[in-house]
Write a protein of this length. Sequence first.
Length: 136
Amino acid sequence: MAEDLRPTLLRVSRRLRQEAQRLGASALDITLLAHIKRHPGIGVSGMAELEHMSKPSMSGHIKRLEAARLIARVGDAEDGRRSGLNLTHEGEQQLIAIRQLRNDWLAARLSLLSPEERTSLEAAIEPLRRLVSIDI
């Protein structure tokens, strides 16, 4: 099953990434914007930890997203030396547009499947969620 499932999941993932690239966003850009949306005020160090990336490398990516006006630094009320990251209105709109493109791509293909195939996929959603959340 792993031999059949792996390439299929990779192809689906690749196609969804390609949809986002139509808006000029890389897979990493989307991941970083989504992290910031889920963790408003997160710092560069926290982002580097989440992505298993060096702080200097993450800093470069953050600076690029700032220059694109997708994120902004905000001061930390408790520690004036620290700043966190928040999405800007443009960043929020970018995530919404990417999500819509991806959903549209997927919905168009799902509509071409038989009702039985859609039911099978719907039944697989929860096991797939559990699959990606298992820590080994």
